[in-house]
Design a protein around this ligand. Structure first.
Ligand SMILES: [Mn+2]
Length: 389
């Protein structure tokens, strides 16, 4: 396996710092890769006698960063999140804590002695194709302690979020997991040997636990599923969450079929009201993707935009002081070509521009993007979005 020299050296330095701590705070992304990543970190630290506190985030709220980094003398580890805000993290932290970032999203840079950003993108490896957050976590914890090779299955599970298969370092990690018998291949499907579960299956379960189950203890069960497999409680919880989400989707669809979406300029939009109450805000993105294929309901020449209020607490962290709204954008078939030709803005550019002006944070891709912004700015934002589109 070819692991960049720079990554190895910085990892060594960061690992040396870790040995001085007895507890750590782990912050991860709330999707399957994030939960796989956090599981590697929690287990990797437990093996060297470090207790972990953990919470996960769908998006990096600056006010959360500010509060986390007002702590002092602690070890804070970001998994599958954080690299895009490494500069802000360094600035807010003021060298009070030791911070390690194990992520594969676009790194922000910044140069702070106490912030170890181990994103492999910094050494020219592509985070959207060749490694996941979980792979980054795995490589770090294996460099720290060779015996952690048995956690390679979690890197394999997290890496399933990358659409074009196991390439580059991800390919090497998969090969290692197969060679050592941690992951086995049966009829071209991958299984986690010690848990007796398919890698794809575990991945899909984690996606549901982290998203729809976000506010009801899903992430914690996800970590348990990663390390110990699917027990009865996880199974029951999954069923309930899936059922709730399906019901909510049906209600939302019924309402939109009756009333239609609001339309103005090149935008068609709706708000979820209380329909998805108690569920993580990823559900709105999933619903918008579904909506994009409902030809009877959707205008083909308008961006699809959904609004959902963000609950005011972050499980495992505390309350947010500001009220936020989540915005999801999807592009219907009819607009895709014009975006590809550059005649219209991509979903992510549209959201980045419109949300920047109201103090929001956005990310995403050409045809799918999301943002979180202060609730009090929602109307202003919508006006701006319609103008920009
Ligand atoms: Mn990821």
């Amino acid at each position: 396996m070819k692991i960049p020299q720079g990554f190895q050296e910085l990892s060594k330095e960061a690992a040396k710092q870790i040995s001085g701590f007895r507890k750590a705070l782990i912050i991860s992304h709330d999707d399957a890769d994030g939960l796989s990543s956090a599981s590697i970190a929690i287990e990797g630290l437990r093996r060297v006698g470090i207790e972990s506190e953990f919470f996960c985030l769908e998006k990096v709220f600056p006010e959360v960063l500010a509060r986390v980094h007002s702590r002092k003398g602690e070890l804070i580890i970001y998994c599958d999140i954080g690299s895009s805000h490494s500069d802000l993290i360094g600035e807010l932290d003021c060298s009070r804590n030791t911070v390690i970032i194990l992520d594969h999203h676009e790194p922000a840079g910044g140069n702070y002695d106490n912030v170890f950003d181990l994103n492999l993108e910094r050494w020219g490896i592509r985070g959207e194709a060749e490694f996941s957050g979980a792979t980054c976590c795995y490589l770090f914890f294996k460099l720290m302690r060779e015996e952690n090779w048995d956690l390679s299955y979690l890197a394999v599970v997290g890496s399933l979020e990358i659409p074009d298969g196991f390439r580059g370092i991800n390919g090497d990690v998969l090969k290692e997991a197969l060679d050592r018998g941690v992951v086995i291949r049966k009829k071209s499907k991958l299984y986690v040997k010690k848990l007796g579960i398919g890698c794809e299956e575990l991945f899909s379960i984690l996606q549901v636990l982290g998203a729809a189950g976000y506010y009801s203890g899903g992430p914690r069960l996800g970590i348990r599923a990663c390390l110990n497999g699917i027990d009865e409680e996880v199974g029951k919880f999954l069923k309930e969450v899936e059922e709730l989400r399906k019901k909510a989707n049906r209600r939302m669809l019924a309402i939109l079929s009756k009333r239609g979406l609001r339309k103005e300029g090149r935008v068609q939009w709706f708000s979820t009201g209380k329909i998805y109450e108690g569920m993580g805000t990823k559900v709105i993105g999933q619903f918008c993707s579904f909506l994009a294929h409902q030809r009877k309901l959707i205008d083909q020449d308008k961006y699809i935009v959904g609004f959902m209020d963000v609950p005011s607490s972050i499980p495992g962290f505390g309350n947010l002081s500001e009220k936020y709204v989540k915005v999801s954008v999807r592009v219907p078939e009819g607009l895709k070509r014009r975006i590809e030709l550059g005649e219209l803005k991509s979903a992510v550019h549209l959201l980045l521009e419109a949300s920047r002006e109201v103090g929001g944070i956005a990310d995403g891709h050409q045809f799918a993007a999301s943002a979180i912004l202060p609730k009090r700015k929602e109307d202003e934002f919508r006006k701006r979005l319609i103008e920009l589109a």
